[in-house]
Design a protein around this ligand. Structure first.
Ligand SMILES: C[S@@+](CC[C@H](N)C(=O)[O-])C[C@H]1O[C@@H](n2cnc3c(N)ncnc32)[C@H](O)[C@@H]1O
Length: 397
């Protein structure tokens, strides 16, 4: 990021830039209208400022998915937004730090401030550090816009060289994107996983954000690995050390929050499909808590290699979607098409696990039509491919 870009960004914070942004914030950003809007705005504002402001308006509109209505007054870079922790997840993390009694956290690799803002809003003082000058300027603008300047101190520096005196905990969110896209190997994160381990020795109370695919063997003894999902989608994993660590593994579902922690339960033995099928949340699967969930539900797996649970009793749980199975059928496209037609199923949701099937293709092949709806689950039971016709089940009371 060069000096020109930082000048462009800071110009946006000057009165003229703010006036232009305020003008843009009234409307919904529409990509196709941006060109003609830009040419009109260039009559009244410098061209470079118009370009920067329009980029900011576009980023703000994209950022709503992560930051909700707060995005309208925040600042972003494209990379910063892509890598930022969504508000709900950052708030959950901040709750964990507050519950552990943390008073001042070093937010290392703070990016545009997704986590720093949530820590500060939870009443925790923050030393926020990033080495990229534009990103630091954007984070500082976010801190001011949120009115959290008295809680967050910004430092533009390499986190591996920063003194952490006065901080009783740290949070590290290494960059996991390189020039060639996503980085999956934690040793190639910036800074690398090895730095996280050194940091854990130094500060004791530490959280590190990692990709959900982190190998379980990398989690050191005594640390906790937590997988967080929001509305059924796994968003991140975090490794926590010291007082921040609880059980060995945990799945947390937002917006709940609902947390399921490891209790050392092994995987259940597979058994025949019962009346209900449970599809565990992705965070539960990633955290390998199928045994714990099965125990809580009084359910069994339907196959040793597949993360579906089943039982004859419907138990209310936030940790899985439940379906009532109406038919267990062999997996034959022709036969299934006949069943779908016979039942007048026009709205068909196809799910699969452990079957080499493209749900969209299968759905088309089954030619759904009619007034009824159903869920078709293609899976394996005790090694054999089967298709389950089902309805979403909602426990009463
Ligand atoms: C994943 S982003 C952080 C996102 C942030 N938690 C948020 O929610 O907005 C990673 C950041 O690490 C910064 N970074 C990478 N290596 C660094 C280092 N050695 N020192 C300081 N910052 C670094 C990058 O500039 C980038 O902004």
């Amino acid at each position: 990021m060069g000096a020109v870009e930082i000048d462009d960004f800071t110009a946006l914070l000057e009165p003229t830039g703010q006036q232009l942004l305020a003008e843009l914030s009234g409307g919904v950003y529409v990509e196709t209208a941006a060109l003609s809007l830009a040419s009109k705005l260039r009559d009244r504002y410098p061209a470079a400022l118009v370009a920067t402001a329009l980029t900011q308006a576009r980023l703000r509109s994209h950022a709503e998915a992560k930051f909700g209505s707060a995005a309208a007054t925040m600042y972003f870079t494209a990379h910063g937004l892509e890598q930022a922790t969504r508000r709900s997840v950052a708030e959950w993390r901040a709750r964990r730090y507050a519950a552990a009694g943390v008073r001042r956290v070093a937010d290392l690799c703070c990016g545009i401030g997704g986590d720093a803002l949530a820590f500060a809003a939870a009443g925790i003082d923050v030393l926020a550090v990033d080495r990229d000058p534009v990103t630091c300027a954007v984070a500082a603008a976010n801190v001011r816009a949120a009115g959290l300047g008295d809680r967050i101190e910004m430092q533009c520096a390499d986190v591996t060289k920063v003194a952490l005196e006065g901080c009783d905990a740290a949070f590290l969110d290494p960059a996991r994107r390189g020039d060639r896209g996503r980085i999956f190997d934690p040793a190639a994160y910036s800074p690398p996983w090895g730095f996280a381990l050194e940091l854990a020795e130094r500060v004791g109370e530490l959280g590190v954000k990692v990709a959900p695919g982190i190998p379980h063997e990398l989690v050191p003894d005594g640390a906790e690995a937590e997988w967080v999902s929001e509305r059924g989608e796994v968003k991140e994993a975090g490794i926590y050390f010291g007082r921040l660590a609880g059980e060995r593994r945990r799945a947390t579902l937002l917006p709940g929050p609902w947390s399921l922690a490891a209790r050392g339960v092994g995987d259940p033995e597979p058994a025949a499909v019962g009346r209900y099928l449970y599809e565990p949340d992705g965070a539960v699967i990633r955290a390998r808590l199928i045994g714990e969930l099965a125990q809580d539900l009084g359910a069994r797996t339907i196959d040793a290699t597949i993360a579906y649970l089943s039982s004859d009793r419907l138990v209310s749980t936030p940790f899985a979607s439940a379906y009532e199975i109406t038919d267990v059928l062999p997996f034959h496209v022709k036969q299934l098409r006949a069943e779908v037609a016979r039942r007048g199923i026009g709205v068909l949701t196809v799910k699969k696990r452990g079957a080499d099937v493209d749900p969209a293709v299968l759905r088309r092949q089954l030619r759904p039509s009619g007034p009824n709806s159903a869920v078709l689950i293609v899976t394996r039971v005790l090694g054999a491919h089967i298709a389950l016709l089902a309805q979403p089940a909602h426990p009463s009371g």
